[in-house]
Design a protein around this ligand. Sequence first.
Ligand SMILES: [Zn+2]
Length: 265
Amino acid sequence: MSISQTQAIVLNRYVMGDSSLLVTVYTREFGKIKLVARGARKSKNQRASALEPFTHISITFRHKEQRDLQTLNQVEVVQSYRYLGEDLTRMSYAGAVSELVNRLVIGEEPSVELFDLILQVLDALNREQPVVAELLFWGFQLRFAMSFGYAPQFEQCVACGEGLQEESLRFSAPLGGMLCRGCRSQDTDAIQVSLGTVRMLARLQAHPLDRLSIIRPSRQSRHETNRVIRSFFAYHMDDTRELKSLRFLDSIDPGTDIASKTLAP
Ligand SMILES: [Zn+2]
C-alpha cells in the first residue's frame, strides 16, 4: 500500500452506508478507479461538493494494487463546471460522456490523452451554448474511439483510396470508413450517407472541439451522423447499450433523433 496523488475527474457517485460516498473517477496517472470517501456526507464536510459529478479535482488516496476499492484521503477542487448543472442539455451530454468512459474504460489503464480529452469536452460543454452540445458529443465520441486506436476514414474511400466527390456514398463499420459508389458492393449492409454529412464527419474528426460550434447540421445530417457513430461503436467497441443520460432529451425531442435510443445500428 502507498499514498498516491493525482488529478481526477468525477464520473459518478453513489451513497454508501450512512455517511460515505462511493465515487468513480478517471485519473491522470491511474486510469479509472473507485474510491470510498468515508464520512463525506456528514454535515459541514466540504468533500461532498468536491465530489460532484464532472468536477476536476486533485486527490490523495491510499492505493492498494489489485483492489477494486481505494480509500480517499484528501480532495481539492481544481475546476468545477458550474453551467453543466444549470442546463438540462449540457448536463445530459456531460452525463453521456461520463457514462461512455465509465462503460468502456476497464480498470487502471492510464491515458493522459483521454484524461485531457474528457476535460476538453466538459470545458466546451460548460462554455458553449447548449445548442452545440450534440456536436461536441460527436467530436468527443470520434476522439474517444481514436484513443482506443479506431479512427474511421471519412476523407477517402476505405477500399480504393479515391477521394469522395459524389453522392451515393456508404459508411461501412466493419471496413472502418466510407465506400465510394464503385466499391459499395464490398459491404451490402453499409449505411447510406450524404456527401454533406461525410464532409461534416471529417471536420468533426479533424478540428479541435472548441472549433465545432460554427457547424450547423441539417436534420438529415444529424440523423445520419448518429447512425454512423452508433454503428461504429456497436461494431468496434461492442457497445450497443442505450445511453441513459440521453433518454430524457430523446423523449422531449423525438423527431430529431438527437439522442438515439440505442447505440445499435
Ligand atoms: Zn472506392
